[in-house]
Design a protein around this ligand. Structure first.
Ligand code: FE2
Length: 282
């Protein structure tokens, strides 16, 4: 997926508007200062480094935090409807966590966390679009998020900290003690970490599906559930091959050669190889 410069700007404006509408006072000022500081880097940060994980493209991070916010606010309504306890937090608490749970993916004050992979082979064959800047100290994304917030004097409540800290749920080994603590006093006393984890998991899955069911995907997921699509694709491919065969033995490209086949033909053979093949077939 590729965002246009206008789309990148629109997504950025959406984040700034969300901050302006949600927060107040000193916290709002400090959050806005942090976004101003990171603007030129954060706008282009991806949400992951691998194409089949999620949002591994410039702007992917900003799209991700907006998606997690959207999912979290809808889940908040569902939590209330289902009777899950929600009185200890509000929309501001939710949005603070959705916007900052992955903040560490931006990097530190100097260096980006993700750097574009210069190896075309790895990008094309393994989908590894980004590597990691080795100048950075090893730190979990969550720890770096908390550290970065502290650099801009952005305070958070105890419940916000817990939710932000536990957004990865049981995917993070270190979170086990919070979710599996034995003893009544170790039960999580708030649902906000569950809400954040649910929203982050579902938004990530949604983002992953945008890749899975697109033409960029190596695996034809759509065809697994709809065999008619597979039959149709194979028919089109066979027709393209047949058109190419005909084009090889004729001076002019035949009328029946579809635009798609022409493109494919030119991409595969080019003029020079085409001439060579014609000579060989005489
Ligand atoms: Fe996330």
């Amino acid at each position: 997926m590729k965002l246009t410069p206008e789309q990148l700007q629109d997504k950025w404006n959406e984040v700034i508007e969300l901050i302006t509408d949600t927060f107040d006072g000193e916290r709002k000022d400090n959050i806005l200062k942090m976004y101003e500081f990171f603007k030129d880097r954060m706008m282009f940060t991806p949400a992951s480094g691998v194409v089949y994980y999620h949002n591994a493209f410039p702007g992917g991070y900003v799209c991700h935090i907006l998606n997690v916010t959207k999912f979290a606010l809808r889940l908040y309504e569902l939590y209330e409807e289902l009777g899950l306890h929600t009185s200890e937090y509000n929309k501001e608490n939710i949005i603070f966590c959705t916007l900052h749970h992955d903040l560490g993916k931006v990097g530190n004050l100097e260096y980006d966390y993700y750097i574009p992979n210069e190896s075309e082979w790895h990008r094309i064959n393994q989908g590894k679009m980004y590597g990691y800047d080795e100048n950075l100290h090893y730190m979990t994304v969550t720890d770096r998020s908390v550290w970065l917030l502290s650099q801009f004097d952005i305070k958070m409540s105890e419940i916000e900290y817990l939710a932000l800290r536990l957004t990865d749920g049981m995917y993070e080994e270190a979170n086990k003690g919070y979710f599996m603590g034995y003893g009544e006093n170790k039960n999580l006393k708030t649902n906000l970490p569950y809400l954040l984890h649910n929203a982050d998991s579902l938004a990530t899955r949604w983002e992953k599906e945008q890749y899975m069911f697109s033409s960029d995907s190596d695996i034809k997921y759509e065809e697994i559930f709809n065999t008619e699509l597979k039959v149709e694709r194979e028919r089109e491919e066979a027709e393209a091959v047949e058109n190419m065969k005909q084009a090889l033995v004729k001076d002019e490209t035949p009328d029946i050669l579809s635009e798609k086949s022409k493109d494919l033909f030119n991409e595969l053979f080019g003029d020079m190889i085409r001439e060579l093949l014609k000579q060989m077939m005489k």
